[in-house]
Design a protein. Structure first.
Length: 424
């Protein structure tokens, strides 16, 4: 046995966050029209004038966030985080501080408000993703990531840009978002320059956003809100991106509340021709793996420009939901166990219940070291059928320290079979 890490306490309320474990990330904006990744403006060095065609043609006639919320709920997700503004600067809400917003497109309305109402009605906790950088704002510097970074003339013409004016805009927009939509549970700020080497953008960030002032304002407006770690001040929770950490995530040596954000196919925004779809089986393993290390998983969908979830996303979420229907009690409220899992397995634990997630179905027996004499009953979670147990000694040593489970030869027909163990 090894001690289960106790995460550093958070300023915002993380009590629900560490119970709910599974959230929906939604990257939606006018980059859904080119349908070539949400960084398309940067990657293809698209100017504002050229990008305007997506603004002009944005007409999400099928947008029905209630349908999104129902799909997410059936998948077992309990909180959601929507991009209010991504790096391209387009705002999904009716901001008073810009014309570059959904209200002025064919959508003609505040899309964030509908999201908030729909997801709240389905019992979700509400999160906003908000981009710290902005490739549309006239005062955001033409830095090493800017779509027009290679346009020498443009750069010269815009050399005077004043980041402090942009920071005022940023703070004003965050104030709007946290004042006009009721209780917001998560603010997911992005992007952190300092975490990566972006050539001549290096060293930017914190001071540019006036992060400390920003965070103080956020906490004043919504004291319970959880803020992620990407504003470059200490956050409530940490956000490994498209990676499964090796163990409980730490910051400066201390375990922290954390959430791995993951994609369905490597892209966050709708990416039509991308075929790198992860299987539901892999995604369920990733969720289990996160919880077994004390973390959450925030799984992303990039809706189409018409406002729907792609059929491939819907099918995948339904398959995850079928697993969650039978196994969610091995996820919700669970965390890392003090016991160690045998090979090709993960353990999650909630109180006196231990969940053994069997990634690779073995022949007949599974040996759990250190659990001999400690379990009163065991069953498969999918059908509550008994699993017989015996106590044996570990590798011929004396004592009955090991618990031997006798598994059926036939692997249960679920994405990942789970054995529920009742500790004495
Ligand atoms: C990144 C990307 C971005 C995505 C985000 C999600 O930093 O800039 O496109 O929104 O991570 O974690």
């Amino acid at each position: 046995m090894s001690a289960v890490p106790v995460p550093a306490s958070t300023t915002g309320d993380s009590s629900w966050f560490v119970q709910d474990r599974f959230g929906l990330f939604i990257h939606w904006g006018i980059y859904a029209l080119p349908a070539r990744h949400e960084w398309v403006k940067n990657r293809e060095r698209i100017s504002d004038e050229q990008y305007q065609r997506y603004f002009s043609h944005f007409d999400p006639d099928l947008y029905d966030p209630r349908a999104w919320a129902r799909i997410a709920k059936a998948a077992g997700m309990r909180y959601a985080v929507l991009t209010t503004k991504h790096h391209d600067g387009f705002c999904l809400w009716d901001s008073a501080l810009t014309d570059y917003k959904a209200t002025n497109t064919l959508a003609g309305r505040d899309l964030v408000r509908e999201y908030v109402e729909a997801f709240r009605a389905e019992g979700f906790r509400i999160g906003f993703y908000h981009s710290l950088i902005d490739w549309h704002h006239p005062e955001f510097p033409v830095d090493g990531l800017h779509p027009q970074r290679d346009d020498v003339e443009f750069r010269a013409k815009n050399a005077h840009r004043d980041i402090t004016k942009y920071a005022t805009y940023l703070h004003g927009q965050v104030r709007e978002l946290l004042s006009n939509y009721g209780k917001v549970d998560v603010l997911w700020l992005d992007f952190s320059y300092s975490q990566r080497d972006w050539g001549w953008s290096k060293g930017k960030g914190k001071d540019d956003w006036q992060s400390e002032k920003l965070v103080a304002m956020i906490r004043e407006l919504q004291p319970h809100i959880l803020i992620n770690n990407r504003s470059e001040t200490d956050g409530d929770f940490y956000t490994p991106e498209q990676v499964q950490p090796q163990g409980w995530v730490t910051h400066e040596g201390r375990p922290v509340v954390w959430e791995a954000c993951q994609t369905l196919n490597g892209s966050w925004g709708y990416d039509r021709d991308n075929l790198d779809w992860k299987s539901p089986d892999l995604l369920v393993r990733m969720l289990i793996d996160a919880v077994s290390k004390g973390g959450n998983m925030l799984l992303n969908v990039g809706p189409t420009a018409r406002g729907e979830f792609d059929a491939r996303a819907v099918t995948t979420l339904a398959a995850i939901g079928e697993w969650m229907r039978l196994h969610s009690r091995a996820i919700y409220g669970c965390t890392q166990s003090a016991y160690s899992a045998p090979q090709d397995c993960r353990l999650t634990q909630r109180g006196m219940r231990l969940y053994l997630h069997v990634f690779s179905w073995p022949f007949r027996h599974l040996h759990l070291n250190g659990l001999g004499g400690k379990v009163s009953y065991a069953q498969l979670l999918n059908d509550a059928s008994e699993i017989k147990m015996t106590e044996v000694s570990e590798n011929g040593t004396s004592g009955n320290s090991t618990l031997r489970l006798e598994l059926p030869i036939q692997r249960p027909g679920v994405l990942v079979p789970v054995v529920e163990l009742f500790l004495k």
